[in-house]
Each structure stands twice: as structure tokens, then as C-alpha cells.
Write a protein that binds this ligand. Structure first.
Ligand code: NAD
Ligand code: ZN
Length: 344
């Protein structure tokens, strides 16, 4: 089968031929219908050799949706031909956090050698994907797999982040979204559907700012040094009750810290070099800072319901698998608004 692999540190992703995997006991083989392209893939391919955490070659793609094609030995609840989304942050399945569905925070996965597809295990940018266990699958029903695949990360990650701040996003409050890309443009929609907050989006790219407005941001402003002042003006001098930084750079974390208000939440989702100093007088009183990772299985189930009732729609551009290396280049240049989705 064809697969998109990152084969050596510093190299470009390549389309190669590999064997179709055989499902072992408890495993499920999916015929991949769609695989989303995430900025984290670029971060992985930017990692220096000495820090590189995964074995190479690595088949990319941690946002997957597909059709069940075969089962390994054992009993199953799903059936062949069923369409599913793949919950990506696989855990041990048995510890306390996993029993809450929070496999994203399993303390044992790493030391047990369990990795998400595309981030250690072979990923979804291939004709077939091996899923370790049926519990990682969520039925798609009538959802289009091309729109659903990005929900497993570009949707789930902002959903998890935003859910934590819902109690603060009361009528009259403001939420700031920095970076209206794959995650950010879904985050804006989630804020609009789940909260009465004013939503202020920030980006550096005109096309992304336009998309932010189209998906429901009340304001989309340029992410520069004056953005915190503009936010202050839009909030009667107060600042935002919740700031979601989907970039995580030195510049954006600084902006984020200047936008958050007293008792507000500052959530850093983007993987960058940025840091936020915390200590008396560095941030408004009782501001909370967190850097979450992905989301829970239960949240993915909830999010697919929101997609089914039309509350969130991923803006997708789909491409055949052979074009993936070229699409990564365009993505790297910031030329793809919303999410690029590979259809093998
Ligand atoms: P993306 O490339 O689709 O979107 C990033 C957006 O940020 C783009 O619209 C870009 O124009 C904008 N941007 C760049 N510099 C900016 C600046 N200085 N100010 C404002 N906007 C700026 O990326 P994505 O796939 O949405 O991923 C976003 C980030 O989230 C990445 O760092 C990714 O690695 C990370 N991520 C984290 C998790 C997690 O669990 N914490 C999960 C998925 C992705
Ligand atoms: Zn991702």
C-alpha cells in the first residue's frame, strides 16, 4: 500500500510502498478514508536528531477516519464496513486516567511503548491504518469522513481546552483566539456555539483572518504588538476572561499574557518556544495558565454530536495521497486556510 513517511531527520516526507499491516489480537484494520494534516507534523519534522523521540521511518497522520476492513482474532462490537473516527491519544486503557477516558494523560503509555498513530505508531496517511484496540474508534454515522478526520485533533484539542473555561465565559465575557488556523477556526466555532462570549480572533495572515470572521469571530484583528490594546478597547479596558493561544510562540504567549484579565484563563495549545512567567505581579491576579494536550475520548464523542447537528464545520481542502509532500510545503508556507485532508 501507499504511505506517506518521514524517513530521516531533516528530510522531506515521501510517498512509499509498504506492506498492508495484519491485525493482531484485539486490533482493527481500517481502510483510511481521510487523514488530516496538522501543524504538529511540521513540528515533528523540525525536531533535531538528538531530541527526535520516534523510530523512523514514521508514517505520518494523527487525524484519521476510515472504514473497518478487518479484525484481528477476538470478539468485536463493531462490524466490517462501519465508518469510524480514530481517537488518537492512545493510553494503557486500564489506569485511573484511562478509565475516565483521559487516555491523552495516561501515565503509562510512554513507558509501555504506546504511541498515537502518526506520532510514534504508523499513522493515517496511508491506504490502511492499524488501530490497537476497538475502544479507540468512534462511529461516524452520517458524518463525512473528510470533514470528520480533522475533528479528532483540530476539533478535539480546542474542544478540550475550551470546555475547561466554560464557567468563565458568561454573558458579557470575552474569549481571545490567537491563530485562526486548523485548530483556531474550529475553536472560534466552538466558542460561538457553547458560550455567549464575545470572540476576538487574532492572526497574521489576511486569509486566516477572513476565515475567522466567516466562521463566527465577532472581531478578527492583526496579531501584533497593538493587539492587547485593541483587546482592552473591546473589553472596556478589562481584558479577556479566556485566551487560547493556538500558536505558542514567544510573540503570541506575550500577547496572550497581556490580553488575559483578573481570574482569567490563559491556555497555551500551540507548540512553540513561548513561555509565560508566573509570579506575583507578572499576570493579573488569579489568572490561571495551562498547556493542555489533545482531549478525552468522551469529548470526541460529544464533538461528533456537535458536528452532526451542524454546530461545527471544519473548512477542508482535500488532496490525493500522492500530492501529500507538495501539500506539506504549501501548508508550511501558510497557504492552506482551515485544514488540508489527504484522501488515499
Ligand atoms: P495551522 O498552521 O493550521 O494554524 C496556525 C495559525 O497561526 C495560522 O493561521 C497562522 O497564520 C497563525 N499564526 C502564525 N503566527 C502567528 C502569530 N504570531 N500570531 C497570530 N497567529 C499566528 O496550525 P494548527 O494545525 O492549527 O496547529 C496550531 C498549533 O497547535 C501548532 O503549534 C500545533 O503543533 C499545536 N497543536 C497542539 C496540540 C495540543 O494537544 N496541545 C494539538 C494539535 C496541535
Ligand atoms: Zn495534531
Amino acid at each position: 500500500m501507499k504511505a506517506v513517511q518521514y524517513r530521516r531527520v531533516g528530510g522531506s516526507p515521501e510517498v512509499v510502498d509498504v506492506d498492508v499491516p495484519e491485525p493482531g489480537p484485539g486490533q482493527v484494520l481500517l481502510k483510511v478514508d481521510a487523514a488530516g494534516m496538522c501543524h504538529s507534523d511540521l513540528a515533528v519534522m523540525d525536531w533535531p536528531e538528538e531530541e527526535f523521540p520516534y523510530r523512523l521511518p514514521l508514517t505520518l497522520g494523527h487525524e484519521g477516519a476510515g472504514t473497518i476492513s478487518a479484525f484481528g482474532p477476538g470478539r468485536h462490537r463493531y462490524s466490517e464496513g462501519e465508518r469510524v473516527a480514530v481517537y488518537g491519544p492512545w493510553g494503557c486503557g486500564l489506569c485511573r486516567t484511562c478509565s475516565y477516558g483521559e487516555e491523552n494523560y495516561c501515565r503509562y503509555a510512554g513507558r509501555m511503548g504506546i504511541h498515537p498513530p502518526g506520532l510514534g505508531a504508523p499513522g493515517a496517511m496511508a491506504e490502511y491504518l492499524l488501530v490497537d484496540d476497538e475502544r479507540h474508534l468512534v462511529p461516524l454515522g452520517e458524518l463525512d469522513p473528510v470533514e470528520a478526520a480533522p475533528l479528532t485533533d483540530a476539533g478535539l484539542t480546542p474542544y478540550h481546552a475550551i470546555k475547561k473555561s466554560l464557567p468563565k465565559l458568561v454573558p458579557g465575557s470575552t474569549a481571545v483566539v490567537i491563530g485562526a488556523g486548523g485548530l483556531g477556526h474550529v475553536g472560534i466555532q466552538l466558542l460561538r456555539t457553547l458560550t455567549p462570549a464575545q470572540v476576538v480572533a487574532m492572526d497574521i495572515n489576511d486569509q486566516k483572518m477572513e476565515l475567522a470572521r466567516r466562521v463566527g469571530a465577532h472581531r478578527a484583528i492583526r496579531s501584533d504588538d497593538s493587539a492587547p490594546n485593541e483587546t482592552a478597547e473591546l473589553t472596556d479596558g478589562r481584558g479577556a476572561e479566556a485566551v487560547f493561544d493556538f500558536v505558542g510562540s514567544t510573540a503570541t504567549t506575550r500577547t496572550a499574557a497581556r490580553c488575559v484579565t483578573t481570574e482569567g484563563d490563559l491556555t497555551i495549545v500551540g507548540v512553540g518556544e513561548g513561555t509565560v512567567p508566573v509570579g506575583f505581579g507578572t499576570l493579573p491576579f488569579e489568572a490561571s495558565v495551562s498547556a493542555p494536550y489533545w482531549g478525552t475520548r468522551g469529548e470526541l464523542v460529544e464533538l461528533l454530536e456537535l458536528a452532526r447537528n451542524g454546530s461545527v464545520r471544519v473548512h477542508v481542502d482535500s488532496f490525493p495521497l500522492d500530492e501529500t509532500p507538495r501539500v506539506y510545503e504549501r501548508f508550511h508556507r501558510g497557504e492552506i486556510p482551515g485544514r488540508a485532508v489527504i484522501v488515499p
